[in-house]
Write a protein that binds this ligand. Structure first.
Ligand code: G4P
Length: 540
């Protein structure tokens, strides 16, 4: 084996690239910080909301995030743990999340789903889970807030199966009932870990006590009824539960499940260690020329996110790439597949929390921020030899719409430039109303927060104040007639029941208020075909 092949193999096996998905407040930020704490990447974990006067959470970047105390942009964090290199792609967890959140999931090899034990599976968990499930990546579950009252663990397992359609395999099992949890039983190692009192409010690593399951001190400490309940539960899981099947885990059909408390650090280290053991290293990726293996010597990557002005000190735009194969070297020349341009990757950057640093090398699974000279779009492939392109990103149907114009008509030029740039980045979807002038754009997004980001960025980057009028529509449908003839407002019955617009490629789209309105349109236009995304694209 050649030296470069050996190097690649070694580096690939070390890497774990994942995202944490959850509904807001389930504890994603806290868990991320605790993983960094165990990885030695930060020394003191502080949580954003609880300690507002302290520094912000490590993944906070944009000013808007700070103002609102939430995380808007997806950030990338890297640390080493026990010989592994971990890349965590942070997905914004706010109610009004954006397509960025979804796209981040295109760049990971596995996902960690955090659930609040009191709430179980929530709305946003479901949406994000769906994207992971479609990709067929392994999903790990961390049931959080075990220090508090919550649902019965068996009920959570039931919810996973019935609400999300995934079976679970508890890797550990909580000891105690009704929120009075005293520790967990590690099913693989057959050890018991008991909560030790934590006086640092979770700011330092947890020292926990480990016992053999038959140690009489455990029985004394947890009490007779919790002990009996544990024995019954373990028997039930062993006899009636799922078997641990690695193939099912790899296909995202069985989720290894962990119980813990990110706030008090309980179960975090055990989770991290088991996760590293079970999660896959970088996997082959589909391209126009079939699967591309990560250990292929030719470098390749794709863009999954574009972000402008992440840091006011650097007025620039970065394209985040996920490396899929080969070795990345600073100053290397690569093809930008779409434009056919040869680019020199001169200032590759990597991130740890708020610091960025220039890197010289990177490997499959790593995320690198490239200075974007304005050529990159979401999903673009870059490669050493221009032979293939990675499969297109799926499209996420917009659900929120607003009419957007520049307050000052003199600023129209900058306004159009900004809007077009943000569309190209994939931050918004752009439509134009049939028959209306070019000054009136209809912008579609996945969540309303994107409008705030739009407003903020047009103001800060293009010096344009905008007028935003939210529209009542929640459903967009691309339109086509079966015989291929042109769909126009005049030919469509009930076009006035919604808004007839064109997407930026000129495809006709109807925006309507709800599914009921859509039903009317379908019933009255029998030859009409409707798509939730453009007909030449795949829906996520
Ligand atoms: P998110 O990123 O998923 O939105 O959640 P985040 O980590 O910000 O946590 C949301 C809230 O839940 C925070 O509380 C956080 O301290 C709390 N939390 C996280 N993990 C645990 C846990 O294991 N146990 C308990 N009991 N709480 C947890 P907050 O209300 O915003 O602040 P504070 O009142 O806790 O200071």
């Amino acid at each position: 084996m050649s030296a470069i092949q050996e190097e690649l193999d070694k580096e690939i096996q070390k890497r774990r690239t994942f995202a944490i998905i959850s509904h807001p407040d389930a504890g994603k930020t806290t868990l991320t910080e605790k993983l960094l704490l165990y990885g030695g990447a930060i020394h003191l974990a502080g949580s954003i909301k609880s300690r507002k006067t302290q520094r912000h959470a490590v993944s906070d970047w944009m000013e808007i995030e700070k103002q609102r105390g939430i995380s808007v942009t997806s950030s990338v964090l890297q640390f080493d743990y026990e010989g592994c290199r971990i890349n965590i792609l942070d997905t914004p967890g706010h109610q009004d999340f954006s397509e960025d959140t979804y796209r981040t999931l295109m760049a990971v090899d596995s996902a960690v789903m955090v659930l609040d034990i009191a709430k179980g599976v929530e709305a946003q968990t479901k949406k994000l889970f769906k994207v992971c499930k479609q990709r067929g990546i392994p999903i790990f579950t961390f049931v959080n807030k075990l220090d508090r009252f919550g649902k019965a663990p068996l009920d959570i397992m039931d919810e996973l199966e019935h609400v999300l359609g995934i079976r679970s395999y508890p890797m550990d099992w909580p000891i105690g009932t009704d929120g009075k949890y005293m520790g967990v039983y590690d099913r693989r190692r057959k050890k018991i870990e008991l909560f030790a009192e934590d006086s640092s409010h979770g700011q330092s690593e947890r020292v926990s006590e480990t016992f053999e399951p038959d140690d009489s001190r455990v029985r004394e400490r947890v009490g007779e009824s919790a002990w009996e309940a544990l024995q019954d539960d373990i028997m039930l899981l062993d006899e009636a539960g799922e078997d641990f099947d690695e193939k099912m885990v790899a296909a995202g059909e069985l989720t290894p499940m962990f119980f813990g408390s990110a706030m008090t650090n309980f179960g975090v280290q055990n989770f991290l260690e088991e996760y590293i053991r079970l999660a896959p290293p970088p996997q082959p990726r589909k391209s126009s020329e079939g699967l591309i293996a990560p250990d292929s010597e030719e470098f390749s990557a794709f863009v999954f996110k574009i972000q402008a002005n992440m840091n006011p000190a650097h007025r620039d735009r970065l394209a985040f790439i996920r490396i899929c194969s080969g070795k990345f070297e600073r100053n290397m020349e690569v093809w930008h597949e779409k434009s056919g341009k040869l680019l020199k990757l001169a200032q590759p950057q990597q991130f740890l929390a708020q610091d960025r640093q220039i890197i010289d090398t990177a490997y499959p699974g790593d995320i690198v921020g490239l200075f974007d000279p304005g050529v990159f779009g979401i999903g673009d492939t870059i490669c050493q030899q221009r032979k293939f392109k990675y499969e297109d990103f799926p499209v996420f149907p917009p659900e929120k719409f607003a009419r957007v114009s520049a307050k000052d008509t003199m600023k129209r030029k900058q306004f159009v430039k900004g809007i077009e740039q943000l569309t190209q980045e994939g931050a918004i979807q752009l439509f134009q109303q049939a028959g209306a002038g070019a000054e009136s754009y209809i912008v579609g997004t996945v969540g309303t927060l994107q409008f705030e980001v739009l407003e903020y960025r047009l103001k800060n980057e293009y010096n344009v104040d905008i007028e935003l009028n939210m529209q009542p529509y929640e459903v967009a449908r691309w339109l086509a007639y079966e015989d291929g003839s042109e769909v126009a407002p005049a030919s469509l019955k009930g076009a006035d029941r919604g808004m007839f617009v064109y997407d930026r490629h000129g495809n006709p789209v109807l925006l309507v208020n709800n599914e009921w309105a859509l039903g009317w349109i379908t019933d009255n236009n029998p030859d009409l075909q409707l798509g939730t995304v453009p007909f030449d694209r795949k829906e996520a």
